[in-house]
Design a binder for this molecule. Sequence first.
Ligand SMILES: *[C@@H]1O[C@H](CO)[C@@H](O)[C@H](O)[C@H]1NC(C)=O
Ligand SMILES: *[C@@H]1O[C@H](CO)[C@@H](O)[C@H](O)[C@H]1NC(C)=O
Ligand SMILES: *[C@@H]1O[C@H](CO)[C@@H](O)[C@H](O)[C@H]1NC(C)=O
Length: 332
Amino acid sequence: MNIQVLYILPLLIFLSEFHLSHSAKCHPEDKKVLLAIKKYYNNAYETISWDPSTGCCGWNSVSCGERTDRIDGIDFSYSPDITGHITELFGDLPYLESLSLHKIPGLIGTIPHSITKLTKLKSLIISWTNISGPIPSYLGEVNSLTFLDLSFNNLSGSIPPSLAELRNLEGLRLDRNKLSQSIPESFGNLTPSLQYLYLSHNQLSGTLPKGWGDLPFLIVELQRNKLEGDVKFLFKKNKDIQRVDFSRNQLEFDMSDADFPESLFNLDFNHNKIYGSLPQSLVKLDNAHLNVSYNRLCGKIPVGGRLQERGYSAFFHNKCLCGDPLPDCSKH
Ligand SMILES: *[C@@H]1O[C@H](CO)[C@@H](O)[C@H](O)[C@H]1NC(C)=O
Ligand SMILES: *[C@@H]1O[C@H](CO)[C@@H](O)[C@H](O)[C@H]1NC(C)=O
Ligand SMILES: *[C@@H]1O[C@H](CO)[C@@H](O)[C@H](O)[C@H]1NC(C)=O
């Protein structure tokens, strides 16, 4: 044995012991619950490595907290093998911080009430599944949540007002469902920590909650709904907003005096009933993707910035909008 091996050997032993001891670890209560979940999902592929004779911290699709050795994450994403309901058993893993159920076409039913027992849950992702029915209002009780993603499901009914009680949220995605009625008035008082809100591709109607003028959103996606009214107030105070998509709604307001902040890099209003003329403030949006096509706008497109480079289709199909890049105004 040469001298280098002598140096390295204790380190190797230390590392392998560390690895063994970590993966061998498992709180007996967590193991019991995980084995019950394995059974509930009929030994689905994702749980094949869940061998009762080994420590659950080493199992696939789960993670343990480093100091607690308690199960803090479950990720069953991309699992064609998991079918049936979201089991109540998830609620019996009290240290769970992250639950990801993404792209599981066989998942049906609703979100179980036991989720409210998870007082450390930060991230809940249930997306691209076949869960249906209304969004349960008790989700508003899981106030540890920073990220809630229920996009691309078959959820219907109205958005529960209680979701505004989630004061730690940074991101909320309810897009691509069948949600209807208006956005609840309580959403006017969403937490200021919320940076992005996706409600697009639903059947939401009515006007925006008035409180949104005071919220520091960065991204708001509301395209493909049936929203009405005036949304200019969204841009009055918020000078950091970056992406706003209102395309394919029924907005109806005079755009002439809108003041769009320079921070915007996506502003899409295509397919609404917006009238008046384009405001001079659009000239400031150098980096923005802009689309105001299919509205009822009129008058000359302001000259300056990159407005003339944007191409015809950003402005076409309006009532009487004219000037570069559309045909000359004298032609009207
Ligand atoms: C919902 O289930 C159907 C079959 O019942 C399947 O074709 C579809 O892909 C599923 N949807 C999602 C989003 O997984
Ligand atoms: C989606 O929900 C509707 C009712 O809102 C139901 O008729 C339809 O079968 C559901 N689709 C799936 C794939 O579950
Ligand atoms: C603007 O939106 C319309 C309608 O969806 C689309 O046809 C057009 O290509 C878009 N133009 C630009 C520049 O995004």
